[in-house]
Design a binder for this molecule. Structure first.
Ligand code: ADP
Length: 220
């Protein structure tokens, strides 16, 4: 895998986690925070940790932010600083910009600026946990668009021993089985109608939110 260079602006819980995860995956990570204590705390967890104000264009230029493959703006609470930093890195011509948004309006402004991806970590994680609370079988829920989502769940007792054609999930609920995971490492990414669901198999389905809601309701 080609090593990429990442810059993370803001070392709160979200930015700090992104920076250390990328570094542990073998990438070069420059981490920036206005708070010297944060910079100290991350000095051994990333390639380079620097104290700087991300709304200071000169400071970002001096750090060569323009040359990074990806810039993550992870300043959450201070919305004004987040917007200013996003605008500066966008104007510098950074190829890929990801920004954490605090709320919908913040997200809309970021989209207008033209950042490549806006993330809502608290909102998305809240939705994932809520789906898991609905049924212990549900492992994960990933929103693909406002209309479509992916659901990952452990096969229920009533599904075990049945083939996909017998389960007939597509006809009954209008959702598609994309993959079946069995054991630790086995994953069938092209499941066939004749494949039989085993105990502890994990099914990954994609579908319209409304259809998934009906399907989840049956599992609850
Ligand atoms: P989280 O909710 O992920 O913990 P926070 O908003 O609490 O996010 O943390 C954001 C981080 O960004 C803090 O460590 C803060 O010091 C830093 N920060 C805030 N403003 C700036 C700025 N202008 N430049 C650089 N870092 C900043």
């Amino acid at each position: 895998m080609k090593q990429k260079q990442y810059a993370v602006l803001g070392l709160g819980r979200f930015g700090g986690s992104i920076a250390t995860s990328l570094y542990n995956m073998g990438h070069e990570v420059l981490a920036i925070d206005i708070n010297e204590d944060k910079v100290q705390a991350y000095s051994n967890a990333v390639s380079q940790a620097v104290q700087a104000d991300s709304t200071d264009e000169k400071a970002l230029k001096a750090l060569g932010i323009r040359n990074f493959s990806v810039v993550v703006v992870a300043i959450g609470q201070d919305i004004q600083a987040s917007i200013m930093a996003s605008l500066i890195v966008k104007e510098m011509g950074v190829k890929h910009i990801v920004v954490k948004a605090q709320n919908d309006l913040h997200g809309k402004v970021l989209e207008k600026i033209g950042v490549d991806r806006v993330v809502f970590p608290e909102r998305d994680m809240g939705a994932r946990v809520a789906h898991n609370l609905l049924s212990p079988n549900i492992i994960d829920f990933i929103e693909l668009s406002p209309e479509y989502s992916i659901l990952e769940f452990v096969a229920t007792k009533s599904m075990v021993g049945k083939s996909l054609i017998e389960l007939n999930i597509r006809a009954k609920y209008g959702i598609n089985i994309m993959a079946i995971k069995s054991g630790k490492n086995k994953i069938n990414v092209a499941p066939m109608a004749t494949d039989v669901v085993q105990e502890d198999d994990v099914l990954v389905v994609v579908g319209h939110k409304e259809d998934l809601k009906v399907f989840e309701g049956k599992m609850a």
